[in-house]
Design a protein around this ligand. Structure first.
Ligand code: SF4
Length: 119
């Protein structure tokens, strides 16, 4: 009986140690989302048509923030004011974009509204 109790205590301690280590590792190696890329993706139509030459809107957004593609590259977005919004995003600092992203509680519609107000 004693052996079972020791085994349970030992397993409990090992579980506690593993949990502590995993919590520490999750915090230490946390990957922060890039608000510039997220907001760029939000203003794109999101239909992943490939007309821009990229496999989808996410790839276009990445290309845009890396300076590989022009703000007019999204063909279906031209009628929706995407080039103007991309221009605005490119002029905003990382701090402004982080603030916008956090103040809008990561809600796409609120982020779009805030960008519309700035145009
Ligand atoms: S053209 Fe516009 S809508 Fe189509 S995949 Fe590219 S970014 Fe997305």
């Amino acid at each position: 009986m004693e052996t079972v109790i020791y085994a349970v205590i030992l397993l409990g301690l090992l579980g506690l140690l593993a949990g502590t280590f995993l919590a520490f590792a999750a915090k230490k190696f946390e990957v922060k989302e890039n608000s510039r890329k997220i907001i760029t993706e939000i203003v794109l139509p999101g239909i992943n048509c490939g007309a821009c030459g990229y496999p989808g809107c996410s790839a276009f957004a990445k290309g845009f923030i890396n300076g590989e593609v022009d703000k007019n590259g999204c063909v279906p977005g031209k009628r929706q004011g995407v080039p103007e919004k991309l221009e605005l995003i490119s002029k905003m600092s990382d701090e402004e974009l982080n603030e916008l992203y956090e103040s809008a509680s990561e809600e796409e519609s609120k982020i779009k509204e805030e960008l519309e107000k700035k145009l």
